[in-house]
Design a protein around this ligand. Structure first.
Ligand code: A3P
Length: 295
């Protein structure tokens, strides 16, 4: 196990203009010689957009609906997080060593930092996007509980940083748009958290078609049942309670926090919402797809 010795809450570091968690910047550098395989499948998201949820769904699909097999290891071992390193937790590279083809991989990297091999090998990508307001609130709570991040400061200052793109992994606005554009040249299934919440069966069918698999109706129903927020929250192989508390403190905020759409209304003030909307309209001008911040 690679141990990266450092105190908690290190400052973000710049990589090609993208602010990165110090440990993950090291992990990204380690990926320089990463070799993708053509039958890999990459789950890509901006943080807090439903990565774990879709990863769990995909692992069940890859295990032909066998829920017992999905209890074999925590989600970060079943779906290696490429750029991940953190003290006391196996790195993404280590998790990869134990992963046989066909592999499921996870990343939050923007395209500027993505290992080129994933593009060269035309690795299929499932991208999950979530509305910016719920992401910002979820991210703030995640910063509070996951001590690989710098101290987020107040919610108000965090929201400003989110809008400026100075949080870990940079700009949400750029991330969701550049991966959308990638669809023109690369096999990308672009999904929305809100759609999955609204109609999981429809979205799981899209996933099955994209990965070229089919499963009986009753297996699809059991996937839906197993991956509800309530079920995943109590599943130690999905809820990140297996990581050391020095890394994630679930007493501050659970990783499986609320799992809803529209929770931002409990955190944004009216003034913050107005300012956010004006800034959003500017940043997303010309974007030809729509996010729903309530369903
Ligand atoms: P909240 O903080 O709003 O609750 P990621 O896996 O990309 O880090 O995203 C984490 C967010 O997805 C958290 O959002 C988490 O609760 C939510 N989530 C995880 N599993 C979910 C599920 N099965 N259904 C709905 N939301 C889920």
């Amino acid at each position: 196990m690679e141990l990266v010795q450092d105190t908690t809450r290190p400052s973000l570091v710049d990589m090609k203009g993208i602010p990165m968690i110090k440990y993950f910047a090291e992990g990204t550098r380690l990926l320089q010689d990463f070799q993708a395989w053509p039958d890999d499948l990459l789950v890509s998201t901006y943080p807090k957009s439903g990565t774990t949820w879709v990863s769990e769904i995909l692992d069940i699909i890859y295990q032909d609906g066998d829920l017992q097999k999905c209890r074999r290891a925590p989600i970060y071992m079943r779906v290696p997080f490429l750029e991940f390193t953190s003290p006391g937790v196996p790195s993404g590279r280590e998790a990869l060593e134990n992963t046989a083809a066909p592999r499921l991989l996870k990343t939050h990297l923007p395209l500027a930092l993505l290992p080129q091999s994933l593009l060269d090998q035309k690795v299929k990508v499932i991208y999950i996007a979530r509305n910016a307001k719920d992401v910002a609130v979820s991210y703030y709570n995640f910063y509070l509980m996951a001590k690989v991040h710098p101290d987020p400061g107040t919610w108000d200052s965090f929201l400003e940083n989110f809008m400026k793109g100075t949080v870990s992994y940079g700009s949400w606005y750029q991330h969701v748009q550049e991966w959308w554009e990638l669809r023109r040249t690369h096999p990308v299934l672009y999904l929305f958290y809100e759609d999955l919440k609204e109609n999981p069966k429809r979205e799981i069918r899209k996933i099955l078609e994209f990965v070229g698999r089919s499963l009986p109706e009753k297996t699809i129903d059991s996937i839906i049942q197993h991956t509800t927020f309530k079920e995943m929250k109590k599943n130690p192989m999905a809820n990140y309670t297996t990581v050391p508390p020095d890394f994630m403190d679930h007493n501050v905020s659970a990783f499986m926090r609320k799992g809803t759409t529209g929770d931002w209304k409990n955190t944004f003030t009216v003034a913050q919402n107005e300012r956010f909307d004006a800034h959003y309209a500017d940043k997303m001008a010309g974007c030809n797809f729509i996010f729903r911040s309530e369903i």
